[in-house]
Design a protein around this ligand. Structure first.
Ligand code: URA
Length: 197
């Protein structure tokens, strides 16, 4: 089965099995074999209406950030921790994250990206728990076979100019991180002993 077919089957299963109170399930989109995957938090108002990730104000800004790193949407795969819009745009609840996690895990397994850019603390927390985004943003960290690059959420950047500058600087360094990803190891890590997650 091709990755496109696997993703289509997974999306069909998410539509059948996930409870979503909003209008549309927002599964994710992009290249099924992208080297870079971006993971946001949850769909907002516009995403819920269109059924596509990052199409509102945050998404327009994300497009600019991607362009600054020499990337376009079709080059990457974009997903979210939650596949539905939480009522009133509240933070995701632990049980919602848990419910959607098998689908995100499968998206990661199928696309098999080398680099995952997490946008915001909920996405970061899946891979790098118990750290503050203010302390680790932009610093790549190998987690198993992949390199995780924690970044601020574009919505936070749109709310605060200081965060915007940090996020723009982090994206500007992304091409360098992507090209050197196979050289990024944790302290004392044996590249031949990496777990296969
Ligand atoms: N914010 C997110 O985290 N994801 C989206 O898809 C849109 C806004």
């Amino acid at each position: 089965m091709t990755k496109t077919q696997e993703l289509a089957n997974l999306e069909a299963s998410a539509r059948k099995n996930l409870v979503y109170p909003g209008t549309n399930l927002v599964f994710g989109e992009g290249s099924p074999s992208a080297r870079v995957m971006l993971i946001g938090e949850a769909p907002g108002f516009h995403e819920d209406r269109e059924g596509r990730p990052f199409v509102g104000a945050s998404g327009k800004f994300l497009d600019k950030l991607l362009a600054s790193a020499g990337l376009k949407r079709p080059d990457v795969y974009i997903a979210n921790v939650l596949k539905n819009r939480p009522p009133d745009n509240r933070d995701p609840l632990p049980e919602e994250i848990e419910q959607a996690a098998p689908y995100l895990d499968e998206q990661i397994r199928i696309v098999d990206p080398e680099v995952i850019v997490t946008l915001g603390r909920f996405s970061m927390g899946k891979f790098i728990p118990n750290v503050k985004i203010t302390q680790v943003h932009g610093v790549p960290k190998r987690v198993g076979r992949r390199v995780i690059v924690p970044m601020f959420h574009p919505a936070a950047a749109l709310r605060a100019g200081s965060v915007m500058k940090l996020l723009q600087d982090d994206f500007a360094r992304l091409p360098e991180i992507i090209s050197g990803a196979d050289q990024i190891y944790g302290e004392g890590e044996d590249p031949n002993q990496l777990s296969l997650i």
